[in-house]
Design a protein around this ligand. Structure first.
Ligand SMILES: NC(=O)c1ccc[n+]([C@@H]2O[C@H](COP(=O)([O-])OP(=O)(O)OC[C@H]3O[C@@H](n4cnc5c(N)ncnc54)[C@H](OP(=O)(O)O)[C@@H]3O)[C@@H](O)[C@H]2O)c1
Length: 234
């Protein structure tokens, strides 16, 4: 099985690389600065390719390199993501009446447009595999039911809601090609983004996500699920 994982140098992405390598799969990892990705290099994926999901040219170069290295892809995990603090924003001032519009749009670019373009760039190799899957790592904060009333960063909530729409639309368009597209809330994780108080260990959760995905077929396409496979509302 050939697996592509973005944002693979730390956090959940790094643990997903580990769990798929431990399962004996071929992993093509992507991160912004491969030369600094020490922990990822130590895991030894089949390839590590530079990818900035906020940069369309970087995505094109990445797609060409990965499709050449892997003519068939079984699973793409669009994991890379950020919030307004990545742009230097003060976490206390990123609500609808305060957020810098550039910080809002920067999140939409990286969290929604980026995964859409990465999927587009890898389409040829995804379509080559009957039963391929694209997993878009979203967030419960992208659900109207949760993010409408929680989370202080409106750009994050809106960008993950946009990613959810990208998920459903691409799922519909790719159904006839046998490519499934699923959005997942990975849980509140103890990563740089989730913080030390978060509920879940990212390594254990990555193992659970791999187990969950192994149970999913084409009928899961276009759905929003949690890391454990239970349905999430929109
Ligand atoms: N942690 C949580 O509680 C939680 C909850 C719900 C959803 N999520 C989602 O889960 C995913 C993983 O989050 P995490 O907790 O592992 O976060 P993290 O520890 O902050 O890691 C984020 C990863 O995304 C990469 N990234 C950010 N911007 C990028 C860009 N423009 N191009 C390429 N890579 C980029 C980072 O690379 P650099 O090292 O180069 O910055 C890093 O590898 C994200 O999509 C996040 O929104 C997390």
């Amino acid at each position: 099985m050939s697996v592509v994982i973005t944002g693979a140098n730390r956090g959940l992405g790094l643990e997903l690389v580990r769990t798929y390598l431990e399962a004996g799969e071929i992993v093509h990892a992507a991160c912004r600065r491969p030369e600094e990705a020490t922990a990822l290099v130590e895991l030894g994926p089949a390839s590590i390719t530079a990818l900035d999901v906020a940069d369309a040219e970087s995505i094109e170069r990445f797609g060409a390199a990965v499709c050449a290295a892997s003519p068939s892809i079984d699973l793409l995990v669009n994991n890379a993501g950020l919030n307004a603090t990545a742009f230097g924003a003060d976490r206390a001032h990123v609500g609808p009446f305060e957020i810098d519009p550039e910080h809002f749009m920067g999140q939409v670019r990286a969290n929604a447009v980026g995964p859409m373009l990465v999927t587009r760039a890898l389409l040829e190799s995804l379509k080559a595999d009957a039963g391929a899957m694209v997993l878009n790592i979203s967030s419960q904060l992208g659900a109207m039911t949760v993010g409408g009333a929680a989370g202080n960063d409106i750009g994050y909530n809106a960008s993950k809601a946009a990613l959810n729409m990208v998920t459903v639309r691409t799922a519909n368009l790719l159904a006839s090609d046998g490519v499934s597209v699923v959005a997942m809330h990975p849980g509140w994780l103890r990563t740089d983004m989730g913080g030390a108080q978060a509920a879940l260990d990212p390594a254990e959760t990555a193992d659970v996500i791999r187990a969950t995905l192994s149970t999913l077929g084409p009928d899961a396409s276009g759905y929003f699920i949690r890391w454990d496979g239970t349905a999430h509302d929109w």
